[in-house]
Design a protein around this ligand. Structure first.
Ligand code: ADP
Length: 283
């Protein structure tokens, strides 16, 4: 399997400030990769560069085997993009939104109508095809965005905070769609603030902070690297935690304390590692 996305020493400055600072990262075909980071870390800027919306100031980026600066059209033909701001047109119907996107991508009829039917059915919006988008719920709008992003049959799907603002049930329904797409071979890069989402969906994660990639690996690799056991101490509102290679080692540390008030031991998770590395809570 080849690389779906490859960034080499990517640099982006805004007003002389580097917001993406020498980022190198490879995402393999067929992966669901999660990009995590506190606000302002440079995640959206990275997605914008990968999807040809803004150019890197320096460095090289290949998406689906194409250079994003030299061949932006070829990249756009091979990717689907769902950005944070809901970008479907409220004054058009569900079908009209799909039709417009299909025409922009020069998909001829009758293929265009077949694919519109196919993808609306996939996200369970077939029965809503003649309704105005403004009458849809937030979750339905997001599903329409995904159906639209898939219409030209991309190889890679970019999802920037795909479930932000959605209720837990709707979020789970979207996770199912994302997982199903991945099982069918789609490479997916998503950003998220929800640890549960990343843990449930992503095979590999990258953590960004101040424009740099500060950690990368599978959630299990990250736990092994930082420690699988955690001893947590609470005093009033203050929490302090200490990583140990294993849960047993964390328990042994606790056993050795003369005063164990406010201490507890548990397995570490991705959120603990995120907080440890960035000093930020996720939400
Ligand atoms: P994240 O998605 O991780 O929250 P962003 O990529 O949105 O981070 O932003 C990274 C930094 O770049 C922030 O400090 C933000 O203010 C700045 N930034 C983003 N876009 C622009 C822009 N168009 N002009 C100037 N600064 C920008």
């Amino acid at each position: 399997m080849g690389a779906a996305v490859c960034l080499q020493d990517v640099y982006k400055v805004y007003n002389r400030i580097p917001v993406v600072n020498r980022l190198s990262l490879t995402i393999q075909q067929g992966e669901i990769f999660g990009l995590l980071g506190p606000n302002g870390a440079g995640k959206s800027t990275t997605i914008r560069m990968l999807t040809t919306l803004t150019r890197p100031s320096d460095g090289q980026i290949w998406v689906a085997g194409q250079n994003v600066v030299k061949h932006p059209q070829a990249v756009r033909a091979r990717i689907g993009v769902v950005l944070q701001a809901v970008s479907v047109d409220n004054d058009l119907t569900v079908w009209e939104n799909m039709e417009l996107h299909g025409r922009l991508h020069h998909i001829p009829d009758p293929q265009r109508q077949q694919r519109i039917d196919q993808w609306l059915a996939y996200v369970e919006l077939g029965s809503r095809r003649h309704e105005f988008v403004r009458t849809l719920s937030g979750g339905m709008k997001r599903r329409l965005q995904i159906a639209r992003a898939l219409l030209h049959e991309p190889q890679i799907l970019f999802l920037d905070e795909p479930t932000v603002g959605l209720d837990p049930q709707t979020r789970r329904r979207l996770w199912e769609i994302i997982r199903q797409l991945n099982r069918e071979g789609m490479t997916i890069l998503l950003t998220s603030h929800y640890m549960e989402e990343v843990q449930s969906l992503c095979q590999r994660v990258g953590i960004m902070d101040t424009g740099k990639l500060i950690e990368e690996g599978t959630p299990e690799e990250l736990r092994q690297r930082h420690g699988e056991g955690l001893a947590v101490h609470q005093e009033g509102d203050r929490w302090e935690s200490k990583f140990f290679p294993t849960l047993e080692a964390a328990a042994a540390f606790l056993d050795g304390l003369t005063d164990r008030t406010g201490w507890m031991v548990r397995p570490s998770n991705l959120e603990d590692i995120f907080v440890h590395l960035t000093g930020h809570q996720l939400d």
